[in-house]
Design a protein around this ligand. Structure first.
Ligand code: 2E7
Ligand code: F3S
Length: 440
């Protein structure tokens, strides 16, 4: 396949002038007559350029009348797309509008020009019609909606009082959610010692240990607890099992905030295991009464293997009815399995520290389908989708649907997309906001 021809024409980004060597990726093109064309694949190009080390800006690029001396922009010439596999005129037209401006002055930097040329070429080569199959349920669960709602309600309330709203840890494990709330005034901290005495502080959806609660009381902090009610339930099970003298085995991932919180309920009586091998290595007398709990976002198949190992090792094992994996985790895994079976590759929208999102990637791979975790459309790489006629798409419980919509739109900039949705169950759960926070 030939590299696409890149031509130069005068253009100016509507944003402030770029520094020489910086790259502008057009999200929209405006002609001198003010005709507008959207460039849906812009986040794909911007992501690749950023990973290659370019400073990338995104925004409207205004085309100037021919002959105007100005900065240069690079556009993919429509002719260059012949032979790229693009089947229809529309796809050809849209991709040709993916436009890069390089440099603020009359002479763009060679580095930026070459970078733009290579990146446009890489994406042009993966143009083709595609099917995108959305997994349903996907995206926000009731616990995340509630946790975000808590922070939003407090920001609204304290906009008039001037009090800052602190949040201990990420409210949910999603970079976009955290960034958006931060932009609206929320102050995220790692630990309570970063919160001034007496201030308003929100506990994240993943829950906290009793030790953290005690510190907040000592410091006179005004706590609003956004712990998911399904995690609170696991905490009470931990207290109940430990209070009757059991050794509590918690199945979960070391270091995860939810696990830290649950372990804190009965630190002297709880041990953590992740795998059947960990169960075999447990150093416990056979006579001890053992019960188990699980993290809420584990993989169903892996967890059942660990529980089987526990049942074999401890015949008197007690526990919750099946496990503590929550409805949202279960539903997203079942939906993804159905979609992965029809897909050449799966994309999971979610952040790298989101346990339930990472489990979705691993599950697709265990089912034999390549899968990738992306924070947003800019994370997609051309080589992942070059030979994919069908892309399965889902989002973890902390990733907003808006990000999924942006992925679909960006893929539409690479050729016509036929979008379908595969629903395995309808989700209706909602959780009321905690006491002290107004329900809207
Ligand atoms: C709280 C709990 O924020 P997440 O990505 O969290 P995980 O636990 O998957 O890293 O997703 C929502 C959520 C899930 N579980 C929030 Cl306890
Ligand atoms: Fe709660 Fe499950 Fe969501 S534990 S926060 S409903 S993923």
């Amino acid at each position: 396949m030939n590299d696409p021809v890149v031509y130069m024409a005068p253009a100016v980004p509507s944003a402030a002038a770029l520094a020489r060597g910086e790259v502008m990726v057009a999200t929209e093109l405006r002609t001198p007559e003010d005709d507008s064309t959207l460039c849906p694949a812009a986040p794909l190009l911007a992501g690749t350029l950023a990973r290659a080390g370019h400073t990338v800006h995104m925004g409207t690029v205004r085309l100037l009348p021919a002959g105007t001396p100005s900065i240069f922009h690079l556009a993919l010439a429509p002719a260059a797309l012949a032979g790229t596999g693009a089947r229809d005129e529309d796809a050809l037209r849209r991709c040709s509008e993916v436009t890069l401006a390089a440099g603020a002055n009359a002479v763009p930097s060679l580095h930026a020009v070459n970078g733009a040329r290579a990146v446009v070429g890489a994406w042009a080569r993966v143009m083709r019609p595609r099917r995108v199959v959305l997994a349903s349920p996907r995206s926000l669960c009731a616990g995340v909606e509630r946790a975000i709602g808590v922070v939003e309600a407090l920001l609204e309330r304290h906009a008039s009082t001037g009090r800052r709203v602190f949040v201990r840890k990420q409210i949910v494990h999603n970079a976009h959610v955290v960034r958006d709330l931060e932009a609206r005034g929320a102050v995220f901290v790692g630990e309570l010692d970063e919160v001034p005495d007496g201030a308003v502080v929100v506990f994240s959806a993943h829950g906290v240990s009793p030790q953290v609660r005690a510190e907040a009381r000592r410091r006179g902090l005004k706590v609003v607890d956004a712990t998911c009610p399904l995690v609170t339930k696991v905490h009470s099970e931990a207290r109940r099992f430990a209070a009757r003298g059991d050794t509590v085995i918690l199945v979960g991932h070391a270091g995860h905030e939810e696990v830290e919180g649950t372990l804190g309920e009965a630190p002297g009586a709880t041990v953590l295991v992740e795998t059947p091998q960990d169960v075999a290595r447990l150093d416990l007398p056979e006579s001890v009464q053992v019960s188990y709990l699980t993290q809420t976002t584990l993989a169903l198949d892996e967890t059942s293997a660990v529980i089987t190992a526990l049942e074999e090792r401890f015949p008197g094992l007690q526990g919750p009815r099946s496990d503590d994996i929550c409805y949202a985790t279960t539903n997203r895994q079942h939906a993804l399995q159905a979609v992965a079976a029809q897909a050449d590759v799966v994309l999971v929208v979610g952040s790298a520290n989101s346990s339930n999102s990472v489990r979705l990637v691993e599950l697709a791979e265990r089912n034999g389908t390549r899968a990738h975790l992306i924070d947003d459309a800019s994370g997609i790489r051309p080589e992942w989708i070059s030979d994919a006629a069908t892309i399965g798409l889902t989002a973890g419980a902390s990733a907003p649907q808006r990000l999924v919509d942006e992925v679909v739109a960006a893929l539409g900039g690479l050729g016509p997309v036929t979008l379908t949705e595969h629903t395995t169950t309808a989700e209706t759960a909602t959780f009321a906001l905690p006491a002290g926070v107004k329900n809207r």
